[in-house]
Write a protein that binds this ligand. Structure first.
Ligand code: PLP
Length: 370
């Protein structure tokens, strides 16, 4: 076959799924910068800037805040592997696919997992969370702030309060919330939070922001056994990012991208950005209901940047998604597990979280539903 010398070009997509989300042009431009070494002073300058800006979006002054090399699951595994020692009691508030993933990781790292379960799409009330934690008295409590598999937003306050009463550390999955919804790590008392680059921060996938409270750092330093995942060992990563000692070859390119994405959050202002996502969500829900469609999650418990819309009777969601992609270049996702075929998962994140972004999507969605 004759070889073309032109650089292959990926198709242009409108990313209205749960992630990856639409990347801003200036983030792409940042990625075209010169690659420097992973121990270059410039690399550490960029990483330092990323760490400082991450503290702002996480709402924390935690010294141990950094971007792990890997996707959101690497942040999840960092949180689990560094704080689980064999036999530790690990409580999970589970109402979706990603909470189940945390529970499975904790089991694999030797924890004794206890769970509170609710149907997918519901959240735990303060009383339910409190009752579970006070009854089980785990050493670690994990919950998913924004459960991407269902569209439900879990309130952190009662979980953190009850966990601290029993001396437990709290792990929060903020993979879908960070950058689009207030996370407020310090205000709530979350001990370990992790996220990803490719959702609310509108950056390509590949980095996982993680923040660890001083209380959790004490627990980390007191560990009797080394973390059983060398690559995600926070003590070694601290030696790399603080001590400038080689650990692995972190990607300068992804660090530039994340710095630019976080700079855009700062330029807009985090509060303004959160409001923009909330307002776009409210506008979307009004329009969806006017079309005669229903939301899966009850009002007041919905993730603003990830909308779950019930598939209308007699509609094949896979066909609609395929038409959206082929006819309009629009990506959205379907449901998992008990919600397979029953919902559309529609992200309104970053540059697409505007009234124009909603109108553009709904126009195509209406055509494809016919
Ligand atoms: N946690 C939540 C809530 C998620 O939505 C996802 C991915 O969508 C993950 C964890 C895993 O992240 P990743 O696919 O980037 O590894």
């Amino acid at each position: 076959m004759p070889q073309s010398h032109a650089t292959p070009q990926a198709p242009k997509r409108y990313l209205y799924g749960p992630g990856p989300t639409q990347v801003e042009d200036s983030v792409y431009q940042a990625m075209a910068n010169n690659v420097v070494g992973h121990l270059d002073p410039y690399f550490f300058e960029v990483a330092g800037d990323v760490r400082a800006r991450l503290r702002t979006v996480f709402g924390t002054s935690n010294e141990l805040t950094l971007a792990i090399s890997g996707t959101g699951s690497s942040g999840m595994e960092t949180a689990v592997a560094n704080f689980v020692e064999p036999g530790v009691k690990f409580g999970v508030l589970s109402a979706g696919f990603f909470a189940e993933r945390i529970a499975e990781m904790a089991r694999r790292h030797g924890a004794t997992v206890v769970k509170a379960d609710k149907p997918w799409g519901e959240t735990f009330s303060d009383a339910e969370a409190r009752e579970f934690i006070l009854r089980e008295r785990p050493q670690l409590v994990a919950f998913v702030h924004a459960e991407t598999s269902t569209g439900a937003l879990q309130s952190p306050a009662a979980i953190c309060q009850a966990a601290h009463e029993v001396g437990a550390l709290v792990i929060a999955d903020t993979v879908t919330s960070l950058g689009a919804v207030p996370v407020e790590v310090d205000l709530h008392g979350i001990d370990i939070a992790y996220s990803c680059s490719q959702k609310g921060l509108s950056c390509p996938p590949g980095l996982s922001p993680v923040t660890v409270s001083p209380r959790a750092v004490e627990r980390l330093d007191a560990r009797k056994t080394p973390c059983d995942v060398w690559y995600l060992d926070l003590k070694l990563l601290r030696d790399y990012y603080d001590g400038k000692k080689y650990h692995h070859t972190a990607s300068a390119t992804l660090m530039y991208a994340l710095r630019e994405a976080l700079r855009l959050v700062d330029v807009e202002g985090a509060k303004i950005r959160w409001n923009r996502h909330r307002e776009s969500h409210e506008y979307f829900v009004r329009k969806i209901e006017a079309m005669g469609l229903g939301m899966h999650v009850a009002p007041g418990h919905r993730i603003p940047n990830l909308n779950t819309v019930r598939t209308p009777e007699g509609v094949d969601d896979a066909k609609v998604r395929s038409r959206l992609l082929t006819e309009h270049g629009i990506e959205v996702a379907g449901g998992f597990g008990p919600l397979a075929g029953k919902i559309f998962r529609i992200g309104l994140m970053g540059p697409l979280a505007t009234r124009d972004g909603v109108d553009f999507f709904l126009n195509a969605f209406q055509q494809c539903l016919k």
